[in-house]
Design a protein around this ligand. Structure first.
Ligand code: GLC
Length: 587
């Protein structure tokens, strides 16, 4: 098989295309298509706790984009000492862990997802000592920190790649995927050329890129090397094995420094022409390494296929590169290029939860014994949820959803104060799509640069939101009814409730096509919560059976009513609201 279009896994190719809006239809849906009958589900309270660190059981993660969080030295770019300076704030949110986007040295053509040195903090962010201090200071406050482990590619500026470009064979020649000629067989078939870059350097060969052209794929080998293309190395080729050992050492380097685990970038795309099995083997080796040498640390993948990712040893997997995700937050053309429809989380109330749920449940059922689904509501690749008229009240409902669903919630910095997606910003550092406007500096105060930096505004890494009503931390901390304080309350709820443990059972009880509200039960033994979400701007009510003997429903968060008659519950919620009821089992 020399067809390069199959060299990335299906999931990863779709993810890359989907991320940039190239695929906008159900082609990107995962295994389960709408229409298949859902099995009947009853609440049992039985839980399966996957093997993994106990601190993750109720953990909420906070995602920090280093360049835009806090600039400690006035050069216009956020940095690691800046993050350390703000750890008390992060702690005050009630989160237990931080995910840091890449901070190693890089030419920043893809905002740091293009490493030029895996072992050194980029000078613009500080030093390795600053990283060590950040980990230690987080630990002092009882928080964990995971880093971005970006190993499917490097930057073209990485010394390994530069050596690999040398026509004279050397240790690094095979550390990247190179064909055996600039005009290799098949070059005239356009579909075979996807991802291969010609004419970059003196080596008479093409290299395979993994994302942008300047991100050459590290060589994890081919699952089924084509004998007619001997440059496709098997996964046990000595050079492939040597690369993998080096990458394991790099992992040890940051874990030894104090990191508590990692987020694996584009985790499904390591081995080429793979159905996932060979790539999974490598990750399983890493899980074994972690369990053996670093017990208690955590690994989460960007794979968008929790069934595959947890089979590969990950404790959790981000699920967002699929059409069902759009159903939640970004189904409208105005929210995502090429889409046409209505988000479930929108006051107009024309969305549909059932398509999302079908795909979600397939992944949840297929992974829950091994790990967790992490369902982000925004991140550095997605649009901020405050866009196109969503208000803090709408966002509170989204927080309620994210913090009551199973698995490990991740909160992208700034969402807790309702930072807005900004439009029409220049595409610096590869921020195409909506990414420029969701990577703007954190808004700490109402002052100059919103308290992010003391640099003059034109020197900022990216423009801050200068609107008069731009939200900021200082003001919201003072205001008991602010989104910030509501988000904190929901995080506390997530931390404290046994039925909101990552592994607690999840049973949708009202999820009708094109209807509001959406209701589900989370259960952990007799501890049970009924969560009802009504993002529509009008009152919503529903009646459904609870399938077990429950106490009288008691509202513990949000607003609305629930009445129990025999085993039927009737809920009624105001527009744009959520409700969490305690519905413990009585026997
Ligand atoms: C991951 C990162 C994204 C980056 C891409 C390619 O998807 O999250 O920001 O652009 O990898 O490096």
């Amino acid at each position: 098989m020399s067809d390069a279009t199959t060299s990335l896994t299906r999931g990863q190719r779709l993810a890359a295309l989907f991320a940039f809006g190239v695929i906008t239809t159900s082609a990107a849906a995962l295994a389960v298509e709408p229409g298949s009958a859902a099995p009947a589900r009853v609440v049992t309270g039985k839980v399966v706790r996957p093997a993994g660190p106990a601190w993750v059981d109720h953990a909420v993660f906070y995602q920090i984009y280093p360049q835009t969080f806090f600039d400690s030295n006035g050069d216009g770019v956020g940095d690691l000492p800046g993050i350390t300076a703000k750890l008390d704030y992060v702690k005050s949110l009630g989160v237990s862990a931080i995910w840091l986007n890449p901070f190693v040295d890089s030419p920043f053509r893809d905002a740091g997802y293009d490493a030029s040195d895996f072992y050194m903090v980029a000078p613009r962010y500080g030093t390795n000592e600053d990283a060590r201090r950040l980990f230690a200071e987080a630990h002092k406050r009882g928080m964990r920190v995971i880093f971005d482990y970006v190993i499917s590619y490097t930057s073209i500026d990485h010394p390994w790649f530069k050596a690999s470009c040398d026509p004279k064979p050397n240790k690094y020649s095979n550390w990247f995927v190179w064909t055996n000629g600039t005009w290799y067989a098949g070059w005239d078939l356009p579909k075979n050329r996807a991802g291969f870059i010609q004419g970059y350097c003196e080596r008479d060969a093409q290299y395979l890129s993994n994302f942008f052209w300047h991100q050459p794929a590290l060589n994890f080998g081919y699952a089924h090397p084509d004998p007619a293309s001997p440059w496709q190395l098997p996964t046990n080729h000595p050079d492939v094995l040597a690369l993998k050992e080096e990458l394991k050492n790099m992992l040890r380097f940051w874990l030894d420094m104090g990191a508590d685990g990692f987020r694996a970038d584009m985790a499904g795309s390591l081995v080429k022409n793979d159905d996932g099995n060979e790539t999974s083997k490598f990750w399983k080796e890493l899980r074994e390494l972690m369990d053996r040498e670093y017990p208690g640390r955590f690994m989460v993948s960007e794979w968008s296929d929790p069934k595959a990712a947890t089979a590969g040893g990950f404790h959790a997997d981000f699920l967002h590169w699929f059409q069902g995700y759009d159903d939640l937050f970004q189904k409208e053309a105005k929210r995502r290029f090429g889409n046409d429809g209505h988000s479930f989380f929108d006051v107009e109330g024309l969305g549909d939860i059932s398509h999302f749920l079908k795909i979600y449940l397939d992944q949840y059922d297929g992974s829950r014994a091994r790990g967790y689904v992490a369902l982000p509501f925004s991140n550095h690749d997605l649009t901020r949820i405050k866009n196109n008229g969503r208000t803090d009240r709408d966002i509170e409902v989204i927080f309620a959803f994210a913090l009551t669903m199973p698995g490990t919630p991740f909160v992208y910095y700034g969402e807790e104060i309702g930072m807005r997606q900004l439009d029409n910003l220049p595409h610096t550092e590869g921020s195409y799509g909506g990414r420029a406007g969701d990577r703007t500096p954190m808004q700490w105060t109402s002052g100059v640069n919103r308290g992010f930096s003391s640099a003059s505004p034109e020197r900022l890494y990216r423009a801050v939101d200068t609107a008069a009503d731009a939200p900021n931390v200082a003001a919201q901390e003072q205001d008991l009814s602010s989104l910030l304080n509501k988000a904190k309350a929901l995080i506390r709820l997530h931390n404290d409730e046994p039925a909101l443990a990552a592994y607690a059972e999840f049973v949708p009880v009202y999820a009708q096509k094109d209807k509001y509200p959406f209701a589900f039960v989370r259960a952990n033994g007799k501890d049970r919560l009924l969560v009802v979400l009504n993002p529509a701007g009008r009152e919503a009510s529903a009646t459904f059976p609870l399938t077990y003997a429950s106490q009288k429903p008691a509202l513990i968060a949000g607003s609305g009513s629930a009445t129990l008659a025999a085993q039927d519950v009737t809920v009624k919620l105001p527009g744009a609201s959520y409700a969490v009821f305690r519905v413990n089992a009585t026997r």
